[in-house]
Write a protein that binds this ligand. Sequence first.
Ligand code: ADP
Length: 658
Amino acid sequence: MEEERKDVIEIRSDDQELGYDMPKPRYISDSDGSNKDIQNYQERPTKETYSYSSSMGSTKDRDNSHSNSSQSKDENEPDRNKTFSGKEEAPDATRAFFKDSVEDRTYHLNATGTMVDISKKRKKTRKIPMSVRKPVSQYLAFIKSPFKDRSPMLFFPYPSYVGDKKDEFDRVFYKPQEELEPLTMRFKISENTNIYNAMVNSCKAAGMYLVGEQQMLKKKRIAQGLTDSDTSDEEEDPDENNFNLLFSGSIKDDILKRLRSYQKINHFPKSFNLGRKDAMWRNYLTVAEKYPEDYNFCPKTYIFPEDEEEFEDDRRDPDYDPEMDLKLWIFKPSASSCGKGIKIVGRDDPIGKHKKGFVISEYIANPHLIEGRKYDLRVYVLVVSYDPLIIYLYDDGLARFATGKYTLDEDQFENKYVHLTNYSVQKNAEEYTQNKSKVANNLRASKWSLKTLQKVFEDHGKDYKSVKRRMKDLIIKMIIAVEPPIVEGINDSGIKPNQCYELYGFDIIIDSNLKPWILEVNISPSFSSSSPFDKTLKTMLVCDILSIVGLKPVNHEKYEKEERKKLHSDGLGHSSEEKKESFKNIEDISSGKLDEEDFNLIMEYEEQIRKVENFELIFPLKNNYKKYSKFFAEERYRNHLLWSHINSPLVDIESMYI
Ligand code: ADP
């Protein structure tokens, strides 16, 4: 389980409400020698980079509308027919897309005969300070699709404190907030999850509003002891369910029931199948029993009390010779974290009176050591969809070191500073050394970046690339092992398979033969920042994830109206698309006939792989889907569709480019 989870609300005294970091002013020397504040440089388009171009209709229409609007336009009124774009003009699909944002404004004629925008008025009645919910940027960044007739998606530039400017694609363009009003982008953090600066900062820097913050503020007050949980005098937030993105602690049925088809959530249903030590082991074992040669990367685990007999038989194996091969086990509570309740046991050690709720795993007693210290890796893996299965690997992560020198001396078995690598344990050690720089290349520090680890491996002639190859292999296999219950959860919930995404923190240990082993997988890896490096890494991670996942601006009110209409006509609220899908046959894929949903699935995949930064697609690839297909418990239509397309394009992508 997540080791830093107890770090609940990250609030520093210099932060504003919710621990939100104000962007630091940055200065640049102008041609006249004066210093200009370029605070939020990546959130605010500059004239040199972005041209101001008209946005609607065909070239002809555009010319007309431009001249019309310039004739009739009130000088103080922003020109709603204009948008910031990249150097070339916005493609038709982009223009058509934002048309909604202009036409759907609702105006009222007030007593003095002036038109008043009601949506703006509604906003003024909110009591929560705007500093909390307001985006940092006056502009929302979007990325155009490289393909014809496809909608743009929200893009997440790095907040200015990251320092590094995100490599922006030519396709990124900016829209002023005020032009988007009915399509305002919002995110919500549900009360059952931690509030991390990295999340709040990344979304606000992208121009998103925060909704449902009452619960968050309450949680903060409770954490600070300012109120108790029963006090509830907050005003209802009218936009509470009007969001594009939800950060939730876990998926609950009531959340799923209320989720709209355009809203995205950061978890899959039933992902505890990966996140709980006992459930992960059961799923792993199901495939490992069938493919023992391939599934040999998790230490053998016993779930108590079911496996007690097997455990006792194994540890009393008469052929076992401790002189030749010392065998140890590690005792862990199933659903605990932060190294709590963990102990190492030998052949004759009592395991206590625990009846259930714990697992015992074989102990990797020969970890690879650096400077005599044990370490494990935190590797970030993003699954954007289970059906079809699409997995990305982040190109950086953490190596976390124990502070004590590694030893197998029995009297040190209880020394957590020697045997456990959890940050939450090690940070209390006197020798714990924080990495002060943003790049985490201090070799004395207790936490390194994976890039630093790679360099140290290479400097010592060790083949890191092969370790990484093996890590990718076991990550793919582990995710395939938990795919059946998670896809079942998605199907039972009635949400669309592309509405969820999940970032996993894989805890991996490398043994002295450089073989990687999976120890556990965190389904809510910590985004808390204990050092400048952590803060930079985690903020970049959130921005990169959200840019890949893709959020689409939607007019919430209009959507609700259409849904109600659909419900009336259908009686059950099912769209005809959903009904058709249950009849889809894998054999039909070879005919090459795609319906709209198939086409969109392929196009979404093609778009996604063209906006990836710092992540690497590891599955499915042209050269690996066949190898892994046998491990899937069930043949699924969407997997086969995507694999067929990867093998030999079902959509002529070349002809789709703008
Ligand atoms: P928690 O959820 O409490 O963090 P973990 O499974 O991550 O529990 O274990 C905590 C630490 O114990 C790991 O970071 C690792 O250093 C060590 N550890 C866990 N399992 C093993 C194992 N099978 N072999 C060697 N070390 C292990």
